[in-house]
Ligand binder design. Structure first.
Ligand code: ADE
Ligand code: ZN
Length: 337
């Protein structure tokens, strides 16, 4: 078994992290006070009692409601810095971070306010926290594709400092095919394309994300295991899957961590990575996910080093930036043996 100190020292890359999902109850309370917002909860204990989820939608309801406290550029920057501080403590070296601008514009916050707030903190992330970073805008698939398309045009016009786009929110009934035009526009502008698929939705949505949106990574993708031809395709092309173990348990995609298909996915040769998704809601950050995997699924140094290497290779870092991280992972592994 690996100790928390050993897990900390493993160079880690986070590829599936919603910045709004790092909004901790304490910060919700502080920002509510700062912005004069009345929350429906009497106190932090009552807020904490809401963190029991039955499925993705039950989580999304709380996730979107809590965002009401995010109002100013400073709020978004403070949220982002709080995550980066925690990521540094976890031994995260590079983070590709999602944000959901539509969740803010629909409640009257300007696109520039939310994007610039997160981006301003990320611009200092390497100097301030030793964590390099990149920003990815995710579109809400349970809203009209026309709204996403308009926002895509706005992001291009304002030269938003983003490396790519993704697709998230309630999956079932909202297939990737609806967003073909948005993703084509992003590709024309040299942006990376990702999509949540195969979290609650069927393998057909993973196929659509690959073939119609031409994504280079699949977020979650664990239901791909239900389709052998899809698994073969994902293995053959080494398409990364950003798996989120704590999220899958808390949203009841799997019953318990002990039942998680991650070992089977690794055994089949899938390019799986471990990520924290919405750590303020799901019981822990990236180091906590890794520690639980070693404790519950008996992952040893070889397995966690493979997961860490997969994440470096699946990242949008250049080959020159990946090389020293891969070397450090090998050094870490040698030191454990
Ligand atoms: N938005 C934030 N977390 C999400 C998840 N796990 N699935 C879909 N949309 C999300
Ligand atoms: Zn997610």
């Amino acid at each position: 078994m690996l100790t928390p100190a050993q897990i900390h020292d493993l160079p880690k890359v986070e590829l599936h992290l919603h910045i709004e999902g790092t909004l901790e109850p304490e910060l919700i309370m502080q920002l509510a006070e700062r912005n004069g917002i009345r929350l429906p909860w009497a106190d932090i204990e009552e807020l904490r009692r809401q963190y029991e989820f039955t499925d993705l939608q039950s989580f999304l309801n709380l996730y979107y409601a809590n965002m009401a406290v995010l109002q100013t550029e400073a709020d978004f920057a403070d949220l982002t810095r709080a995550y980066l501080r925690r990521a540094q403590a976890a031994g995260v070296r590079h983070a590709e971070i999602f944000m959901d601008p539509q969740a803010h514009t629909v409640r009257g916050v300007d696109l520039a306010t939310c994007v610039n707030g997160v981006a301003s903190a990320l611009a200092e992330s390497e100097a301030e926290f030793g964590v390099s970073s990149a920003l990815i805008v995710t579109f809400l698939r349970d809203r009209e594709a026309a709204e996403a398309l308009t926002m895509m045009h706005d992001l291009i016009e304002m030269r938003a400092p983003i490396v790519g786009i993704g697709l998230d929110s309630a999956e079932v009934g909202h297939p990737p095919i609806d967003f073909v035009e948005v993703f084509a526009l992003a590709r024309e502008h040299g942006l990376q394309c990702l999509a949540h698929a195969g979290e609650e939705g069927p393998p057909a949505y993973v196929w659509q994300a690959l073939e119609l949106l031409q994504v280079s990574r699949i977020d979650h993708g664990i239901r791909s295991l239900e389709d052998d031809v899809l698994v073969e395709h994902l293995v053959k092309h080494q398409i990364p899957l950003t798996v989120c173990p704590f999220s899958n348990v808390r949203l009841r995609v799997v019953d318990t961590l002990a039942d998680h298909p991650l070992p089977a996915m690794l055994a089949r040769g899938l390019a799986v990575t471990v990520n924290s998704d919405d750590p303020a809601y799901f019981g822990g950050y990236l180091d906590d996910n890794f520690t639980a995997l070693t404790d519950t699924l008996s992952f040893g140094a070889e397995e966690v080093a493979t997961l860490a290497r997969n994440a470096v290779r699946a990242s949008f870092l250049t080959a020159d930036a990946q090389a020293p991280l891969l070397m450090e992972i090998n050094e870490w592994l040698s030191a454990q043996l």
